[in-house]
Design a protein around this ligand. Structure first.
Ligand code: HEC
Ligand code: HEC
Length: 266
């Protein structure tokens, strides 16, 4: 199953990253080419300009205040993909392959100003509330393992959570548990196919072309259907993940978020 998904994702990535345009972009920055490591733009005015640019270019994913949303909290001062000014600069310039972090191509000056702003955010976030150990028990009780993979164990219907503490903010983790329909991961689109003979199969869309559609059904079986055999295909706007609002009490949700935020494996 995983191999099928990885192949599909890999194909999309090659298309997105292997294009000559992407290659051109990667060398378009003089500071990147010359290996500049120090931020030349760190005055209060630079930080203010960086904040303005951040709010228009980055806030949709990293939050208005940098504390994260679908993208990670950037106030932690420790970054998975490199914590130096140069690493931040290159991650903005090139994006981070294989993740939801796009290349945001701006002038070198604007990118350095954003780096200065991100730096100014350090430790404003503070620690995540809640008890991760108690949160793990909530995870077990709620049977999240049925659909999610952590450290070598679990189901494949939902995303691998092994490194979710790096990838996502506490805010996004909480929203994912309470309101999964709000922000559905593009790799986990739900579909229902209705074969001509009757019945229906629901699952996660893996692949589709003009003639056939493949999905992963609720038992994690790969199912393939020729389109000519189908009465219809319904594309769900809801997540396959149920909402746990009201099913897990407030304190336990906080503990669960603390547990997920602590997951920083590779
Ligand atoms: C479309 C959503 C999106 C936009 C827009 C976006 N990012 Fe990201 N960014 C992400 C995601 C998702 C990640 C997590 C990558 C991963 O899986 O580790 C990320 C990662 C990062 C990282 C690395 C964090 C780490 O721990 O190493 C930095 C730094 C960053 N983004 C800065 C920015 C800045 C600055 C901007 C605006 C110029 C920006 N991002 C725009 C989604 C986005
Ligand atoms: C029936 C399967 C299923 C169950 C049970 C389930 N999930 Fe999910 N989960 C999914 C799917 C599918 C997605 C991706 C679609 C989406 O974003 O809603 C998802 C997304 C998530 C995300 C977002 C991951 C990311 O990278 O943004 C988190 C966090 C999460 N689930 C946590 C949990 C927790 C905690 C539990 C138990 C309380 C749980 N899930 C139970 C299927 C499930």
């Amino acid at each position: 199953m995983t191999r099928v998904r990885t192949a599909a994702v890999g194909c999309v990535l090659t298309l997105a990253l292997g294009s000559p345009l992407a290659a051109q972009r990667r060398v378009a920055s003089l500071d990147a080419q010359q290996g500049r490591t120090e931020n030349p733009y760190t005055s209060a005015e630079d930080v203010a300009a960086g904040q303005t640019a951040f709010r228009s270019r980055c806030a949709s994913c990293h939050g208005f205040d940098g504390m994260g949303n679908r993208g990670p909290d950037l106030t932690r001062d420790v970054f998975r993909h490199g914590s130096s000014d140069r690493a931040l600069f290159l991650n903005i310039l090139n994006g981070i392959a294989g993740t939801g972090m796009p290349s945001v191509r701006l002038s070198d000056k604007e990118m350095w100003q954003i780096v200065a702003y991100v730096r100014s955010l350090r430790r404003q976030g503070g620690p995540v509330d809640g008890d991760p150990v108690a949160g793990r028990q909530v995870y077990d009780r709620a049977a999240c393992v049925r659909c999610h993979w952590i450290d070598g164990e679990g189901g494949r219907l939902g995303p691998d959570l092994t490194s979710v503490g790096w990838r996502r903010s506490a805010r996004h983790l909480r929203a994912s548990i309470l309101d999964p329909d709000d922000d559905i991961d593009a790799d986990y689109r739900q579909v229902t196919v209705r074969p001509r003979g009757g019945g229906a199969t629901r699952g996660i869309l893996l692949n589709e072309d003009a003639f056939s559609i493949q999905l992963l059904d609720s038992l994690e079986r790969l199912r393939s259907f020729p389109k000519t055999d189908l009465d219809g295909i319904e594309r769900g706007t809801a997540s396959l993940m149920p909402s746990f609002e009201g099913r897990i009490n407030a304190a336990d949700v906080t503990n669960l978020v603390a547990y997920l935020a602590s997951l920083k494996g590779e």
